[in-house]
Design a protein around this ligand. Sequence first.
Ligand SMILES: NC(=O)c1ccc[n+]([C@@H]2O[C@H](COP(=O)([O-])OP(=O)(O)OC[C@H]3O[C@@H](n4cnc5c(N)ncnc54)[C@H](OP(=O)(O)O)[C@@H]3O)[C@@H](O)[C@H]2O)c1
Length: 382
Amino acid sequence: MKPLKVAICGGGRTGHLNAILFKQLPDVQVSMLTGNPRVVDQHTRGKPMQALLPDGSTLSAHLDCLTTQARLAVEDADIVIITVPAHARAQTLQAIAPHLSTDKPVYIGAIPGFCGFDWLAESLLAEQPNLVIWGMKDVPHTAFDLKPGCSIKMGGGKQQLYVATHARESAASRQQLQQLLSRLYGPCVTLLDNYLEITLTPGNPIMHSSVIYGLIGPYGQWHRKIFPQPLCWWTECPELGAYFLERMDQESQDLCAVISQRLGIDLSSVKSLKQEIIEAYGEQIRDRSSMLSILRTNQAYNDILAPMVPAADNRAGYVIERESRAFNEDVAYGLVLLVEMAKRFDLKVPYIEEVLNWSVSYMQGLRDSALDYFPNHWPRTA
Ligand SMILES: NC(=O)c1ccc[n+]([C@@H]2O[C@H](COP(=O)([O-])OP(=O)(O)OC[C@H]3O[C@@H](n4cnc5c(N)ncnc54)[C@H](OP(=O)(O)O)[C@@H]3O)[C@@H](O)[C@H]2O)c1
């Protein structure tokens, strides 16, 4: 079989885990682009990387190429997987674009593909028609406790992996993509009809922002206060946060219904967040009676800390980190997109807008956002 050349861009948790898993497969070559020279250093010294699996076993891998240079990582790749957070994707795409092959199809995708990766890639890669743009709805496995260049722990895996392509891609390209991803992930890969099924699936953008708003927003019990100790996102989720989350989940569903109806597309695969969580975690949730109880009693969510940093000026305690991904990724690239999409359909989403506006002020304004690439003409085609 012809070797499949996979380039992973981003040497974080998701990047490490996927790279190690792919290296277990026959005829798959894996390169990884990282910004961390220490990871390259480990590789140069011949140290294999290890994935620690939930059953206690270990997988080892020595990648074919591990580099800080975009050209070396991607120049001959058949498939490129972007695993950096949404706010870092543009920079990564700009770095690799000049080095991608022009004389064969190159399947360039994001894991996870949320925050409108299809629109970003279209805007930055317009001149390269051989590129096939795709995204995966979620990460195939959670990944945590990264020791860069050395080891990564694998968490729970998804039974099914949902993938969508940019609307411009042909049926033949879609079929080829499914074959390539099935070679990497097995037969659990399902192709969705429309990329909006990924973009509109509710997740971190509404989850993280609503909980933070409920904690430290204007009506939160910790408004302008310092936390005496770090706080768990979900087991200590405030009632107000769960209330906003439930409202935002409903508005997100309303947006989906309007888009589905006006554009005449089937978005029935997009479920409410509540339903997604119940289906994903099943018996691990002790009490499914409300959003609050689902979040607080999901064992899979135990011990996950909210993003906090020590309070400034030597004061004892902690504050929610303004520079965290909950703002830079989830607010600037997730919530912003939802509100703009709703605007284009004259749909009111007051709860999402309230949380967005407060979050942006807490962030001291948006530096960059999904609006940098969201097409002006949408929902009309170009
Ligand atoms: N880990 C999970 O279980 C999980 C679960 C659900 C969703 N996700 C999503 O998967 C994506 C990747 O998450 P991850 O957990 O793999 O992240 P991560 O461990 O923080 O790794 C992200 C990597 O992206 C690169 N990067 C470049 N610019 C960056 C920037 N401005 N900020 C942060 N990282 C930057 C860095 O790679 P270098 O070190 O090589 O420079 C970094 O290590 C995110 O969108 C996240 O929301 C992850």
